[in-house]
Ligand binder design. Structure first.
Ligand SMILES: Cc1cc2nc3c(=O)[nH]c(=O)nc-3n(C[C@H](O)[C@H](O)[C@H](O)COP(=O)(O)OP(=O)(O)OC[C@H]3O[C@@H](n4cnc5c(N)ncnc54)[C@H](O)[C@@H]3O)c2cc1C
Length: 379
């Protein structure tokens, strides 16, 4: 049985690991990704704020060694869902089961003045370059701006505002600086009223200006202004943007996308095409775009695929459950426990406290051990 997994991100790594564990070398699994290493989303913030180096957060796919699994570093250039076939820079691949975990791409082109690696912090290049900008920043107006929804990891812009506060305090620049968080929604984390309330309190305590229901339509680094939908200009000396998200172009051009993403049965992660699954940020599941949800979806899809291989009925249903750690700064982390599907829908915040700092570290350490077999501590 040939399984083709597109994308070695949170979803692809977990799904491949689960199937390899369950079937040993019985399956022929090919995992394809265009990059040579995996980086956790939260590591981008760690690098940006100078906690660790870029090298420390890159996990090489060469270390992803599992029975029956072949990793291919290649760009996927065409997907034919119906034929379960893909074209890549390393040739064609065909499978009995195709799993798409290609994540969300970041599209700066819809926002004039926003540029990858320059004034955004969501790509690897952007976050890593921001490290130098933040280190060299001499004080002034800092603006963190989310362009549109959906975007990955709803807490990340708020975390960035709080960590920026710490950074400026540490460098003695807080009194001569302002921090503003601009979002086109009513609360900082739309799915969690609980966590949003705690964040608004933290912003107020730290004099971080919260500008809800405000959409930024362009930025101009030369003039140092971000312009909102109604023409208001927000001055900045340092802009940290969250670009517009969309499915990768190769997905949009294929027969597996619909309305901009890949439609799936949220309980099984099956697409309408037989033998084709989609997990993580690229799939329209109804959960926020975040690694924990991609991982949960990967587990559910793997269970469904395993049952299919054995010719059994699968009773595994994805429950939309995830635990997100939220950096409040000042060495405090909160824990948001979210369940999206089923009867017990919750989105509660516990903490922030020091205890969750250790839990967040363990979250990263355990995944790197499981996927890459390496010992690693995030910071
Ligand atoms: C600043 C920041 C902080 C975050 N913090 C957290 C957090 O604390 N907790 C959390 O759960 N989530 C967090 N996230 C979100 C998390 O990183 C993503 O939601 C998660 O990685 C999604 O997993 P995925 O498998 O769907 O996609 P990804 O992990 O994005 O993986 C997709 C893979 O597909 C590959 N790919 C794409 N197109 C092609 C192509 N054409 N050919 C070949 N390969 C291709 C990419 O190289 C990539 O490796 C954060 C994100 C950011 C930006």
């Amino acid at each position: 049985m040939r399984i083709l997994v597109l994308g070695a991100g949170f979803g692809g790594l977990e799904l491949t690991t689960t199937l390899a564990e369950e079937f040993g070398g019985e399956l022929e699994i090919t995992l394809i990704d265009k990059t040579e290493s995996f980086v956790f989303g939260f590591s981008k913030l760690d690098v940006m704020f100078g906690r660790v180096t870029e090298e420390h957060v890159k996990h090489q796919y060469a270390d992803f060694v599992k029975p029956g699994v072949k990793f291919v570093q290649a760009e996927i250039t065409r997907i034919d869902g119906a034929a379960r076939r893909v074209e890549t820079s390393a040739g064609e691949f065909e499978a009995d089961i195709l799993v798409v975990g290609l994540g969300a791409d970041l599209d700066c082109s819809v926002t004039p003045g926003l540029a990858t690696g320059a004034n955004e912090f969501y790509t690897e290049a952007g976050a890593f370059a921001m490290r130098e900008k933040i280190a060299a920043f001499g004080g002034g107006n800092v603006v963190i701006g989310v362009i549109s929804a959906p975007f990955k990891c709803p807490p990340a812009p708020s975390e960035t505002a709080l960590l920026m506060h710490d950074q400026l305090v540490k460098s003695g620049l807080r009194d001569t600086s302002t921090i503003s968080l601009v979002m086109p929604f009513g609360r900082p984390i739309p799915p969690s009223p609980d966590a949003s309330a705690a964040l608004l309190e933290a912003f107020a305590q730290r004099d971080i200006s919260w500008r809800p229901q405000t959409a930024i339509v362009s930025v101009d680094d030369a003039r140092g202004v971000a312009t909102t939908e109604d023409g208001t200009e927000i001055p900045y000396d340092l802009f940290l943007g969250v670009p517009h998200h969309r499915a990768p172009a190769v997905v949009l051009a294929s027969d597996i996308s619909e309305n901009g993403w890949i439609p799936v049965d949220p309980l099984t992660l099956e697409t309408p095409i037989d033998g084709v699954y989609a997990v993580g940020d690229v799939a329209a599941v109804g959960t926020p775009r975040a690694g924990v949800f991609a991982e949960g979806q990967a587990k559910a899809a793997a269970a469904s695929i395993a049952a299919r291989i054995r010719g059994e009925a699968s009773d595994t249903k994805y429950d939309g459950h995830g635990v997100c750690y939220l950096e409040f700064g000042e060495e405090q982390v909160g824990m948001v426990d979210v369940t999206f599907f089923g009867e017990d829908k919750t989105a509660t915040l516990t903490g922030p406290s020091e205890q969750y700092v250790a839990d967040k570290t363990e979250f990263g350490t355990s995944r790197i051990k499981r996927w890459f077999g390496n010992d690693w501590v995030a910071t």
